[in-house]
Each structure stands twice: as C-alpha cells, then as structure tokens.
Design a protein around this ligand. Structure first.
Ligand code: 5GP
Length: 171
C-alpha cells in the first residue's frame, strides 16, 4: 500500500479546535447528544468532544453497506442502533467521511424517526464531488478531492486507522 500524506496531525488538531468552538457557540450552552458512526469516527469524536465547551453525552451507531468493495450499492442497514433516548434532544451525528451520502442519509432518516429536537451532522472529511444523494453536513473538517484516504480513524481493510495523520492511497 503506497500512500502520501494529505493532512498532517497539526492541521487536524487546529481544525478540530475550530470546529469544537463553533459547535459550542452554536448550541449556546445546551447539552448535546453526540452520535458517533462506528468505526471510522471514533478518533475524530474523541478529539472533538474533549475540545467542546458544552456538556455532551455520547452514543454510537454502526451501519453496514452492502456492495462490492468500496462502492456503495445503496443498500444500508443499522447493525448497532443508539441506546440513549434522543427524543426532544439536540443530536449531533459525527461521521468520518461523507462520500456518496448514501450511508449518512439513511442514518439521518432513522434518527429523525426518534423525534430529536434538532439533528445536525459534523463530518471530519467531505468528498463533495462524489455525492449521489443531496445531503450536506452542517460542520465539515476538510473538503477533499476524490481518492481513498486512511488514517485518523479511517481504514483500508481494518489497517491504518491508528495513523495520526491522514494519507491518500496512491497504489
Ligand atoms: P457513503 O455512503 O457516503 O458513500 O460512504 C460513507 C462511508 O464509506 C464512510 O463512513 C466510510 O466508512 C467509507 N468511505 C468512503 N470514502 C472513504 C475513503 O476515502 N476512505 C475510507 N477509509 N473510507 C471511506
């Protein structure tokens, strides 16, 4: 696996602090329920919530998308639902990356059925040019070009999640 560094850890740290500040201001002291999407978002979520200046509770969801390899077929299922009640609560979904938007739009639909007071999305990375479903994140760490990225929680066949910087696979 050949890779090139795309986003160094210092830039990630700085951007995470900026996002946390913006989120803290936007929610004006209200408590958030942060829903992390497993597995890819766990590192971003851990850094983001520690930089927040408002209280939060944390839960996780896991989704499976059926399709060949890295191509989403549009068939998504919840394999682990959230456990906290989000009815009438402010919910912020934390994603690793929005690509076609298929996974996120499915999760948003499922969460909307639970009647939260508000529902927003914060994604670490956004591949806008690949979108198949019209969905926009409310908070975006970095907008990136097409290409397969790893590190900072994002994997390639369960490898490379632990890397503190983000890389793009070149071969
Ligand atoms: P979508 O449904 O938006 O097409 O896909 C979202 C999911 O696909 C992400 O949560 C992530 O698991 C995976 N994904 C999409 N692009 C990449 C990428 O460049 N690198 C990695 N590691 N995963 C990706």
């Amino acid at each position: 696996m050949k890779k090139e560094m795309l986003i160094p850890r210092a830039a990630i740290e700085k951007r995470v602090r900026e996002l946390a500040l913006q989120i803290s201001r936007d929610y004006g002291g209200r408590e958030l329920i942060v829903v992390g999407v497993l597995k890819g978002a766990f590192i971003f979520l851990a850094d983001l919530i520690r930089a927040l200046e408002i209280p939060c509770r944390v839960d996780f969801a896991r989704l499976a998308s059926y399709g060949s390899g890295s191509i989403s077929s549009g068939q998504v299922a919840v394999t682990k639902d959230i456990e906290l009640s989000v009815e009438d609560k402010d919910v912020l979904v934390v994603e690793d990356i929005v690509d076609t938007g298929v996974t996120l739009s499915f999760l948003m639909e499922k969460l909307r059925e639970k009647a939260p007071r508000s529902l927003k999305v914060c994604t670490f990375l956004d591949k806008k040019s690949r979108r198949k479903v019209p969905i926009e994140a409310d908070y975006v760490g970095f907008a990136i070009e097409d290409g397969f990225v790893v590190g900072y929680g994002l994997d390639f066949d369960e490898r490379a999640r632990f890397l503190p910087d983000v890389y793009v696979i070149t071969e």
